[in-house]
Write a protein that binds this ligand. Sequence first.
Ligand SMILES: [Zn+2]
Length: 120
Amino acid sequence: MHELSVTQSLLDMSVKEAEKAGAAGIDEIKIVIGDLTGISEECVQFYFDIISKDTIAEDAALSFKRIPAAFRCKKCGHVFDRKKLMFNCPVCGSPGVLIGRGKELYIEGIEVRYDGDKTG
Ligand SMILES: [Zn+2]
């Protein structure tokens, strides 16, 4: 259910921006998702297909950019991506602590199209 409300607000935002720009339709929506949000891309895509019907975003493709969570080493300060079963600093081997990265959730940009050449 969480994904549904997230997808709804991503859709609303994209449609609003596209309409403001006078676009006839949206071709692509670029979404950035941090690993720590727990949002599944498949779920967002699934809900988007349903709720975008009869909006100008109906045919839009979604592209996702995943931001991995990151650790900072307590000993040497090295910052490294979180990987499965890997919590220790690759430089010195000390355990790392989670830092704020990975909570991102926003639209990086949208590609729109215009009804430019059908005025006559
Ligand atoms: Zn280290």
